[in-house]
Design a protein around this ligand. Structure first.
Ligand code: ATP
Ligand code: MG
Length: 150
């Protein structure tokens, strides 16, 4: 049976004037459903590039990125938006919260584009932020901000 996720010879290059940067130089791997995977490599190796492509936030120049039977590298703009919205969960290293919205408003913003969204206040309570719902991201610690984004 085919793996749940298959990357085949995925390439991405950036041209910076004379210099050609190979951000992803023919990456291939397979992941099974339910598998817990860690990607490790030196700084600049292409980890973020691969995760962004897998998350539908970046495109590759060539290769295949097959998730649950469909090649997401070939999806049209609308389809990739759908994929990001309904199929992918992505935790950013730098939270990506909206700075002028409170913790609760940030979560509510996400619930507006989500199917069967849970209650924002209840979810914040679940992660121990019941007393910080009306705080802005700048008033929260790194870990607290990360819990809001999750
Ligand atoms: N927008 C871009 N324009 C030009 N080069 C880029 C761009 N994004 C990434 N790169 C280059 O592609 C390569 C891979 O970058 P990437 O961010 O995927 O590395 P990484 O493995 O996540 O590194 P780190 O561990 O430092 O986060 C690096 O050489 C980087 O400089
Ligand atoms: Mg990175």
């Amino acid at each position: 049976m085919a793996a749940f996720v298959t990357l085949r010879d995925v390439r991405k290059e950036y041209r910076m004037g004379e210099v050609l940067i190979k951000a992803s130089d023919g990456i291939s791997f397979e992941l099974e459903k339910g598998e817990f995977v860690v990607i490790v490599g030196p700084s600049g190796a292409g980890k973020t590039t691969v995760l962004n492509m897998l998350g539908g936030m970046d495109t590759c120049d060539s290769g295949e990125i097959i998730v649950d039977g469909q090649d997401i590298a070939k999806l049209k703009k609308k389809e990739i938006t759908r994929y990001r919205r309904y199929d992918i969960g992505f935790v950013f290293q730098f939270y990506n919260l909206v700075q002028n919205l409170t913790a609760k408003e940030n979560v509510e913003l996400a619930t507006q584009i989500c199917r069967d969204a849970a209650d924002a206040a209840q979810m914040l309570e679940k992660v121990g932020l019941e007393d910080r719902m009306d705080n802005f991201p700048a008033q929260l610690s790194g870990g607290e901000q990360q819990r809001v984004s999750i």
